[in-house]
Structures are given as C-alpha cells and as structure tokens.
Write a protein that binds this ligand. Structure first.
Ligand SMILES: NC(=O)c1ccc[n+]([C@@H]2O[C@H](COP(=O)([O-])OP(=O)(O)OC[C@H]3O[C@@H](n4cnc5c(N)ncnc54)[C@H](O)[C@@H]3O)[C@@H](O)[C@H]2O)c1
Length: 369
C-alpha cells in the first residue's frame, strides 16, 4: 500500500479527510470552529475529539459536532477510521502525542511551540523527517494577508534588499492567575518551557526566519516582572544568514484585551510599517509602504485581504482567526500528499532562535543558534 491509500484501495483524495482533535481548550475550540466550517463545506469529516476535561470537550462540541468525544487521546490516535490528527493540547504534552500519531501513520498538525525544550523539538523534527504523511505546525501568522504582502516585497526585491527590522509583539498575560477561566500552565517553566518569547513570540521568530533566513547570531535580555518563573519581557537582537539585522521585543503585558504586533522593515529603497493582530480585520491593523520621493502608500486593507483570500481560494469569509486558512491549507496538503508548510523544519529554526535568545540572556554573550 502506498502512502495516501487505504486498505480498500481508495485514495484519501476520493473522500473527505477524516480528522481527530486532541486538546479541546482555548485554541482547540478555535480549530474546532474551523473544522465545523470545513465539514459543512464537505471538505472534511470531524470524527473524534479528545480531552480529559469534560468542560473543554463540551465547549469544543459546541463549535463542531464531532461524531464522538473521548477523555482519552488514544481513542483518536488508535482510530483506524481517522486519517489526520490535530494536536492542540498544552505544550508539555506534544512530544508523546506527536510520536504516537506518527507511529499510527496518520497525518499530523501540531500547535506551536512544539515542546518546552529545544532537545525535544529536535527529537520530534527527526521523527517527522522520516514520516511519509504531511506534518504542519500552528504558525497561522503566515496566513495573514499583510505579512504575506511583506513577504512578497522581500521575495520580489521590489524595494531592494531588506536591511533591518524591528518587531514589537505584545499580548495580555494569558494565564489563569490573571485571566479568569484561563488555564495556568503558561506560568510554569516545566510546562511551558518559557514565557512571552517562547509561548507567544515564537510566531515572530518564525516570521523573521521565513522572511530573512535562519538566525546566525543572537543576543537577548529577559525580565520576569509579574513574578512567575518564566519571562514576561524579552528583547532580542538577531542577525540572519541574509545579513539582515533586527530586534524582537516580546511582552506579556498587564493591559487587559491588548494584543498587537508592530513590524517595521527597512529595505535599500523603501520601508514598510505594519500593525497586525491575530484577528481577521482587527481594528489595529495598518499597513504603510514608503518609496523614494513618493507619498506613503496606505493600501486598502479590505481589498488586500480579499485579494489574498481569493488567491487561497477560500470558499468562505465568515472566520475570525487565521487558523481557518492555515488548517484548510493543511487539509489540502494532506489530501494532495504535498508537504504542508509551515512544517517542523520551519519550527526548528524558530525554536533555535528562541533557545539562542534564552542562552544569551543567561550568559550575557552573543550566541550562535
Ligand atoms: N497558534 C496559536 O496562536 C496558539 C494560540 C493559543 C495556544 N496555542 C498553543 O496551543 C496549545 C494549547 O494551548 P491552549 O491555550 O489551548 O491551552 P488550554 O490550557 O486552554 O487548553 C488545553 C487543553 O488540553 C487538554 N489536555 C491536557 N492534556 C491533554 C492530553 N494529554 N490529551 C488531550 N487533551 C489534553 C486540557 O484539559 C485543556 O482542555 C499550547 O501549545 C499553546 O502554546 C497556540
């Protein structure tokens, strides 16, 4: 039997992809909403969802009518009628789940960060490298239309080569000690692996490696202002293989509701300034392009979004988070047997940047990832 075929000889592309979800908390419920959309469109079947918490299972089921719910992830992993599994449980649980899904031969989606430590991330990347089915990581910022516009400018060299950037990335502290109803594993280093930089701004680390190449020199300072054993502030200076240099400032802040990414990129012949959030059409979204001897251009953001979503051939627009286009991309890659991006090798570069930053913060020296 070749990869992508079932025992009955029918190819996976001949039936909607049958998906299981492991982890029904905050982000699992958001993915569940996307799964419902795709199942309504006949693109997938939402087969099973697993979580030890009944409250989480019930909340995920409100967003998507799974065929069954279970308190045991093994039910989904071992289900021969499931083709592909999304892992959206806490970071510390990813290792065992990723390895068991790979052993089952199913396609895989895993949320970021892949693991609390770089050693485990490397172990998972090595295991995925030998897998025959697509594996994608939850860096859904790569499906943001403004970020893709910036990628297009880098790729086309329309403004010359990129030279330097600043990226300020902040989010309200997403821990149960601060936000009623939230879980609290993010406050614990053994569970989360790190704070603002690893848990949140690994999205930023992924974006700058995607745009400018892997990091080659990193220096950083971190602080823990709120009293947890993970950092809530990280200031990182990065030099990339391309020669581009930049700064990432990552903050878990105390301003309820605040979440914003401010990205400025300087090219040889131009500059861009962009503000983005994780929500489609967020009020803080902005995008400005400055060319020599010209007034700043402020493209219409609605038109820019529409152009991007049309390019992705998205069948609907009633989604709030960029997880939907990311998840749909994964489904299409699995159906086609194509490599799914961003993959584990992309995630490894982001993790290496973050790990180098943490080592630099401890030693006070410049670190090579
Ligand atoms: N891509 C993004 O923007 C994004 C956003 C939020 C969270 N995340 C990541 O997603 C993961 C989950 O985060 P969250 O905010 O949803 O956490 P959460 O605490 O809100 O939810 C986690 C859920 O997983 C369940 N769970 C724990 N162990 C499990 C196991 N072994 N099998 C099945 N379920 C299990 C918990 O009961 C809980 O319901 C983390 O790795 C986090 O970093 C990514």
């Amino acid at each position: 039997m070749t990869p992508g075929q079932h025992g009955d000889g029918a190819t996976r592309a001949q039936r909607p992809l049958r998906i299981g979800l492991i982890g029904c908390g905050n982000i699992g419920q958001i993915h569940a909403d996307g799964l419902r959309k795709m199942s309504e469109d006949g693109e997938i079947v939402a087969v099973g969802a697993a979580d030890p918490s009944e409250a989480s299972r019930t909340a995920a089921a409100r967003n998507c009518p799974f065929e069954y719910l279970s308190d045991d992830a093994r039910r989904v992993v071992d289900d021969a009628d499931i083709d592909a599994v999304m892992i959206t449980s806490p970071t510390s649980t990813h290792r065992d789940l990723v390895l068991s899904v790979l052993a089952s031969g199913k396609a895989l989606f895993c949320e970021k960060p892949l693991a609390p430590t770089l050693g485990v991330v490397r172990e998972l990347c090595a295991a995925v490298a030998t897998a025959t089915r697509p594996a994608q990581v939850g860096f859904h910022s790569r499906f943001h239309p403004i970020v893709n516009r910036i990628y297009g400018l880098v790729d086309s060299k329309e403004l010359g080569a990129p030279m330097a950037y600043t990226l300020r990335d902040d989010q309200y502290w997403p821990t149960g000690a601060v936000v009623p109803g939230h879980s609290s594993w993010r406050s614990q280093r053994d569970q989360a692996g790190g704070g603002a930089l690893l848990e949140h701004s690994i999205h930023a680390a992924d974006l700058v490696c995607w745009l400018f190449g892997p990091a080659v020199r990193v220096s950083a300072s971190t602080r823990a202002v709120f009293g947890y054993d993970v950092e809530d502030v990280a200031a990182v200076t990065v030099e990339h293989t391309s020669g581009v240099v930049g700064n990432i400032l990552s903050v878990f802040n105390g301003v309820r509701g605040r979440e914003e990414r401010r990205f400025e990129v300087f090219f040889e012949n131009g500059a861009v300034e962009a503000t983005t959030d994780f929500i489609v059409g967020a009020a803080e979204d902005s995008y400005l392009v400055q060319r020599p001897d010209a007034a700043p251009e402020r493209p219409d953001l609605g038109a820019l979004r529409e152009e991007f979503f049309t390019m992705l051939a998205l069948p609907r627009r009633d989604f709030v988070f960029y997880t939907y286009p990311a998840d749909r991309h994964w489904v299409q890659c699995v159906q086609a047997g194509d490599p799914a991006r961003p993959g584990f090798d992309d995630a490894l570069r982001a993790h290496e940047l973050v790990d180098a930053a943490y080592r630099s913060a401890v030693t006070g020296s410049i670190v090579t990832p």
